[in-house]
Design a binder for this molecule. Structure first.
Ligand SMILES: C[S@@+](CC[C@H](N)C(=O)[O-])C[C@H]1O[C@@H](n2cnc3c(N)ncnc32)[C@H](O)[C@@H]1O
Length: 280
C-alpha cells in the first residue's frame, strides 16, 4: 500500500535491516529459497498483530484531518476502523461514530487507546456480513485503501450495501492507492519503503500480480535478534474502473483528488486517489 513515511521513519540504517529482508527484485518463491527464511513463505496476517501494524503503517499525509473534518456531525459509519488512528480523532468530535472491523487484534488496540467508547460503538465483523436498516447513515468513510481489500465481486456487493445504508444525499468518502506507480509488468517482489521506529526497523515488499490486479504486501520487522514477517493481500483498482463500479451501484462520484492536503487534481503521478461519493 503506497503510503506516507514520515522523515524520521524513513532513515533506514542499512546495518539494522535484517538480511532476511534484503530481497529486492526476487519473486516471493525465490526470495524464500535465497534467504532460507522460515517465515517468509508463511507470514502472519498483519491485522492479527496490531502492534506491528502501527509501526509500519502511518497513513497518508493529511488523511486524519480530511476524514475527521467530514465526520463531525450526523450518523457516521467508519469501515475498517483499525487501531483508531483516525477513529479516535473523529470520536473526539462526534461521540456517535460507529466503527466496524473484522480483526480482534486491531479492535483491542483501538479500545486500549480509547477506553471511554460506548458498548457497541465498535462492531466486530466482516462488513460484507453486516446488516443495517436502509438509510441509517449521513456519512460513511472507508480510509486508507479499504476498498482494495475486496475482489471485484465483493467490492460490488459492498458498494450496494453502502448505497443502502446511506440516507438520500448521504456521502461516502474513501481512497485507493494509485496503481500507476506500480513497477512495470513483471512478477517481482519490490522494496516499497523502509524505516525505523525506536529499536525496530521495518521493510515493506510488494509483490504484484498484474494479471489478477492483486498485490501481496510483505512487512518484515526486525528487532535485534528477533524477526517477524507479515502479509497483507489486496487488489488494485484503476480510478476509472472504480468509478464505473461505484456508478453501477447507483452512487455518484462528485469529486476526486490526487492527495488529501492540497486536493490537487488526480494524475498519473498521484500516490493516492481520494473520492467523494454521494447517494443521489
Ligand atoms: C489498512 S487498515 C486501515 C485501518 C485504519 N482505517 C487506518 O486508517 O489506520 C484496514 C482495516 O480494515 C479491516 N478490514 C479489512 N477487511 C475487512 C472486512 N472485510 N470487514 C471489516 N474490516 C475489514 C482490517 O482488519 C484493518 O483494521
Amino acid at each position: 500500500m503506497k503510503t506516507n513515511s514520515s522523515p524520521k521513519n524513513d532513515d533506514t540504517d542499512k546495518h539494522q535491516v535484517s538480511v532476511a529482508c534484503n530481497l529486492e527484485r526476487l519473486s516471493i518463491a525465490d526470495a524464500a529459497v535465497a534467504t532460507n527464511h522460515e517465515f517468509f513463505n508463511n507470514p502472519e496476517p498483519i491485522f492479527d498483530r496490531s502492534e506491528f501494524f502501527d509501526i509500519a503503517y502511518h497513513g497518508y499525509e493529511g488523511d486524519v484531518n480530511f476524514y475527521s473534518g467530514r465526520a463531525t456531525s450526523g450518523d457516521v459509519l467508519y469501515l475498517g476502523s483499525g487501531t483508531g488512528r483516525i477513529f479516535n480523532k473523529i470520536w473526539q468530535l462526534n461521540r456517535d461514530v460507529i466503527g466496524v472491523d473484522k480483526s480482534k487484534s486491531m479492535i483491542s488496540s483501538l479500545m486500549r487507546k480509547n477506553p471511554c467508547l460506548k458498548n457497541g460503538q465498535i462492531i466486530e465483523g466482516d462488513v460484507l456480513d453486516l446488516e443495517f436498516p436502509g438509510g441509517s447513515y449521513d456519512t460513511i468513510i472507508a480510509p486508507y485503501s479499504f476498498l482494495p481489500f475486496f475482489d471485484p465481486t465483493n467490492i460490488e456487493k459492498l458498494l450496494r450495501k453502502i448505497h443502502s445504508w446511506l440516507k438520500p444525499q448521504g456521502s461516502f468518502f474513501t481512497d485507493i492507492f494509485s496503481p500507476f506507480t506500480n513497477p512495470p509488468f513483471n512478477q517481482t517482489t519490490e522494496l516499497e519503503r523502509s524505516g525505523t521506529k525506536g529499536d525496530l526497523s521495518y521493510k515493506i515488499y510488494n509483490h504484484y500480480d498484474h494479471f489478477s490486479q492483486h498485490l501481496t504486501e510483505i512487512t518484515c520487522i526486525h528487532n535485534g535478534s528477533s524477526h517477524h514477517d507479515f502479509e497483507m493481500n489486496m487488489y488494485f483498482y484503476y480510478p476509472n474502473e472504480l468509478r464505473r463500479l461505484i456508478e453501477e451501484s447507483n452512487l455518484r462520484v462528485v469529486d476526486m483528488w490526487g492527495d488529501f492536503l492540497k486536493k490537487t487534481a488526480p494524475s498519473i503521478t498521484s500516490k493516492v486517489f481520494v473520492f467523494h461519493i454521494k447517494k443521489p
